[in-house]
Design a protein around this ligand. Structure first.
Ligand SMILES: [Zn+2]
Length: 118
């Protein structure tokens, strides 16, 4: 093997690695963050504090619950108690019952009507 063959081999290897990295990099970008769900991520579900009774639409808390059935008890930080409490994930009372005034923004919240997602 003469010197220029070695040089060509090295250049070829670098090019191959570069191409491979580009393919892998594109795949990683494509696999990246999942597309954001439209609308309410947990339509009809609420999280209710077992200690103080405060509840929030589960979708607001980032919980994703679709096509699910059954209540669930979980440990979460209650924004009213400011402590970790047992909160119940359960079906909300429906669009009219879900209506409430947000204590911080004083805005009416209608989770099931705001978000048209099924
Ligand atoms: Zn609470």
């Amino acid at each position: 093997m003469v010197w220029w063959q070695i040089v060509l081999l090295v250049i070829g290897c670098i090019a191959a690695v570069g191409l491979w990295m580009r393919i892998v990099g594109a795949a990683i970008v494509r696999l990246g963050p999942p597309p954001k769900l439209e609308g309410d991520s947990a339509p009809g579900w609420i999280l209710e504090c077992r200690s103080c009774g405060l509840w929030r639409p589960a979708g607001e808390t980032g919980i994703i619950r679709r096509y699910a059935a059954g209540e669930k008890l979980m440990l979460a930080r209650c924004s009213a108690c400011l402590k970790f409490r047992w909160v119940k994930l359960r079906r909300g009372p429906g669009p009219e019952g879900m209506r409430r005034i947000d204590d911080r923004t004083n805005a009416e919240i209608w989770p099931e009507t705001l978000h048209s997602g099924a």
